[in-house]
Design a protein around this ligand. Structure first.
Ligand SMILES: Cc1cc2nc3c(=O)[nH]c(=O)nc-3n(C[C@H](O)[C@H](O)[C@H](O)COP(=O)(O)OP(=O)(O)OC[C@H]3O[C@@H](n4cnc5c(N)ncnc54)[C@H](O)[C@@H]3O)c2cc1C
Length: 511
């Protein structure tokens, strides 16, 4: 194509999803160019933190220390539609907490990592359109420049240009309510602010004021219901509009002034019909939008990227078995749909009418049952995600979620190993992993050793108790999900073939 070089993968959008994906692709040596419309990263944070599954992901890639250095831990369970509960006992994770990390910090840390790994991030590059053919994707930028890549992933947010260019349907519901959000300075006394917030939130849960947001003294994050739904939500509210809504809802505007950031968001709930069209894929908000209740959107996007990265790398590298890349849609679309469903339920619960109020009271009672709290917490934190990986045996494609061992399709929590190492510490490279607990390590990954590590060690109990892993060996994908358990060599080889393709003998295959 006119002498232009072809990039392996173009990632459109340098938000949390695009940056995480860039990191994952670079781990496998895939050439990545991230095209980000903004010339400079915004300092404002929509997302407030990482839930337990994303915390695990950062640990699996050796990034957790960086996040811990700049984040407070929080331990809230049952975070659902304005109901909160204590963190439940017995959650299946070695990271029983969330991290209060402003989105801007998450983006900074992921960008830093992506650059370290060699991703090229071009800011001020807006994608205007694209066309694909059998061998690649041509991208047109807003300034008329053209680029070509073998694959392209649209991580360009809810109004995704990529999704629209593909013509992929985005069914769901439009916004019915709108909320104004902003970071503003204020003159009101803090005790008075707290008193007003306490009073208003008894009936209006879409209202809140959090002083000293992100450690910025004198700046408060304020949210307040808008009056109706704006035609164009990309236009921020004015300071006057914001203050008028504060006065209407809370009876005071807290002397709000000097806004650092003003924005609005709705409760539109939509999901892309397809996450893949040929050589173009969608991830993060480009694939799904929903209200921010439960703080799940950023986490969902990062987890999409974690699922997609190694599969796309395998495709680029030429070893992907048939169907691997399509398993991205098959696995992640249902997970996204489930989040949409839970946010719909949460929005109903947030209502001020007697019905939702009564439901909230009931749910608050129900949350006192540990099992209910664990279920809700597992769902919001995404530690309960289970993919349909069949029964873990090649050829047994129709094995549903109920077939096979309980661990199949789930990610394994971090566990301490008998050699003093921890499982997640062995997953930083993004390769597959055979955890072999058989006597003397009788199993082998010969033929796949260039893609899968063989670790001979036992799992030991730690302060989180007995990890409940009762199998002689487990095969983990690069995203930590279990795709095979047992000790039968033939079954193991079938599973290796199913997820990592044909064996490669010789130096690379038998290290
Ligand atoms: C008020 C609010 C609070 C929230 N709180 C939470 C929370 O606590 N926890 C949570 O998990 N989630 C939260 N979310 C959701 C979270 O902010 C989003 O889900 C998250 O930002 C999605 O990440 P993304 O990378 O997929 O998309 P985005 O963050 O939207 O990033 C897309 C990127 O693509 C760029 N881009 C767009 N178009 C183009 C183009 N044509 N060419 C090049 N670049 C382009 C954009 O500039 C942007 O940088 C909240 C959302 C809101 C509105």
């Amino acid at each position: 194509m006119d002498g232009r070089s072809t990039v392996d993968v173009i990632v459109v959008g340098g938000g949390p999803t695009g940056l995480m994906l860039a990191c994952e692709l670079r781990l496998h040596g895939v050439g990545v160019v991230v095209l980000e419309r903004l010339a400079e990263r915004t300092a404002e944070s929509r997302g407030r933190g990482l839930h337990a599954r994303s915390v695990e992901i950062m640990d699996q890639r050796g990034l957790l220390e960086r996040f811990l250095a700049v984040s407070e831990k929080f331990r809230v369970g049952g975070l659902f539609g304005g109901v909160m509960a204590a963190w439940p006992d017995g959650m299946d994770t070695a990271h029983p907490y969330g991290l209060a990390t402003p989105q801007a910090v998450t983006e900074r840390l992921l960008e830093e990592r992506a650059r370290e790994l060699g991703a090229e991030i071009r800011c001020g590059h807006e994608v205007a359109g694209l066309e694909q053919d059998a061998d690649g994707v041509d991208v047109e930028l807003a300034d008329g420049t053209r680029l070509r890549s073998r694959y392209l992933v649209g991580c360009d947010g809810g109004r995704s240009t990529v999704r629209k260019a593909l013509g992929v349907g985005f069914p769901g519901e439009p916004a019915t309510v709108e909320t104004l959000i902003g970071d503003l300075e204020f003159t009101e006394d803090r005790a008075k602010v707290a008193e007003v917030v306490e009073r208003v939130r008894r009936t209006e849960l879409r209202f809140g004021v959090a002083p000293d947001i992100d450690g910025r003294a004198g700046v408060a994050r304020m949210i307040v219901p808008a009056d109706g739904v704006a035609e164009d939500r990309s236009t921020p509210p004015t300071l006057e509009e914001f203050r008028a809504r504060l006065r209407a809802v809370a009876g005071t505007d807290f002397g709000a002034h000097s806004p650092h950031w003003l924005s609005r968001f709705g409760d539109a709930t939509r999901q892309a019909e397809r996450y893949r069209v040929g050589r173009v894929l969608l991830a993060g908000d480009a694939a799904h939008i929903h209200p921010p209740t439960g703080g799940q959107g950023l986490n969902l996007g990062v987890q999409d990227a974690f699922n997609l990265g190694w599969k796309l790398a395998a495709e680029v590298d030429g070893w992907a078995p048939e169907g691997l890349l399509d398993s991205y849609h098959a696995e992640r679309h249902p997970v996204g749909a489930r989040v949409l469903t839970n946010t719909r339920a949460q929005m109903t619960l947030l209502g001020a009418a007697p019905g939702p109020t009564a439901l909230r009271e009931l749910l608050t009672r129900l949350m006192e049952f540990d099992e209910v709290n664990r279920y809700i917490t597992g769902m919001i934190t995404a530690v309960d995600v289970r993919y349909d990986v069949g029964a873990g045996r090649a050829g047994d494609q129709d094995g549903g979620q109920d077939s096979g061992h309980e661990l199949l399709g789930r990610r394994l929590r971090d566990v301490p190993l008998s050699d003093g190492r921890r499982l997640y510490g062995l997953m930083h490279t993004g390769r597959g992993l055979l955890l072999d607990r058989t006597d003397g390590g009788r199993l082998s990954v010969d033929g796949w050793a260039d893609r899968v590590d063989h670790v001979v060690a036992d799992i030991v109990d730690d302060e989180d108790g007995d990890p409940g892993v009762d199998v002689p060996a487990l095969l983990l994908r690069p995203d930590g999900h279990v795709v095979w358990v047992g000790e039968d060599r033939q079954e193991l080889e079938a599973a290796l073939t199913r997820w990592w393709g044909t064996p490669r003998w010789g130096e690379a295959g038998e290290r």
